[in-house]
Design a protein around this ligand. Structure first.
Ligand SMILES: [Zn+2]
Ligand SMILES: [Zn+2]
Length: 203
């Protein structure tokens, strides 16, 4: 929900938490969804539509959660970087869509320092949609890490209780199928080269 003034000429809309929204008199207040406001020609307020403002809104919860979960969470160059023992994450705010997206990269040698976060490329994390809050991503990251650390080598032993677990199960299954297809290809190559099928084994 966004707030704007009935009789202002600047055609700007605010989040309810913005100090400028607080200054609009009650009788002049209009409320609507941001998509409708955009459609009517309003533009987002520069004060309350940036990642800094949104980070501040959730700051207490973010810091508490980061502390409990052994995460480093930093706001740097208008991006939020999350570093855990398992991977490095980047949260970007897309003003045009008014939502965050999540990018990810794995480490080679354990947790990197903040100065080095951009030294390797990130990929868009595919199994989580755009979100309206940073906290939502932190919770996802924690779940992702726990899964990665505890995942059994055999995908058939993976739990399948939640929707996400089911998704991971399917992904792991696909990966395994790909791997065995590759193994099979390799096997055939070997057989063609060496003749005989003595080395065939079930893998
Ligand atoms: Zn504002
Ligand atoms: Zn990833």
């Amino acid at each position: 929900m966004r707030i704007m003034s009935r009789n202002s000429s600047d055609m700007v809309y605010h989040r309810p938490e913005c100090r400028y929204a607080g200054k609009i008199r009650k009788k002049n207040r209009i409320k609507m969804e941001w998509e409708d406001a955009e459609w009517k020609g309003y533009r987002p307020c520069k004060c309350c539509d940036g990642i800094e403002f949104l980070y501040k809104l959730e700051k207490d919860r973010i810091e508490r959660y980061a502390g409990q979960s052994n995460m480093n969470v930093d706001l740097k160059d208008k991006k939020v970087y999350v570093r855990t023992d398992v991977g490095c994450w980047k949260i970007i705010y897309k003003i045009r869509e008014q939502s965050f997206i999540l990018l990810h990269r794995n480490y080679v040698n354990g947790r990197v320092c903040l100065e080095d976060v951009e030294k390797a490329p990130f990929h868009r994390q595919g199994d989580i949609p755009e979100a309206g809050s940073i906290m939502k991503y932190l919770k996802y990251i924690k779940e992702h890490d726990e899964f990665k650390q505890n995942a059994p080598k055999d995908y058939r032993k993976l739990p399948q209780n939640t929707e996400r677990q089911k998704l991971y199960y399917r992904m792991a299954k696909k990966r395994e199928e790909k791997r065995s297809a590759k193994r099979l290809d390799g096997l055939f190559l070997m057989i063609e080269k060496q003749e005989g099928i003595k080395q065939l084994s079930c893998c």
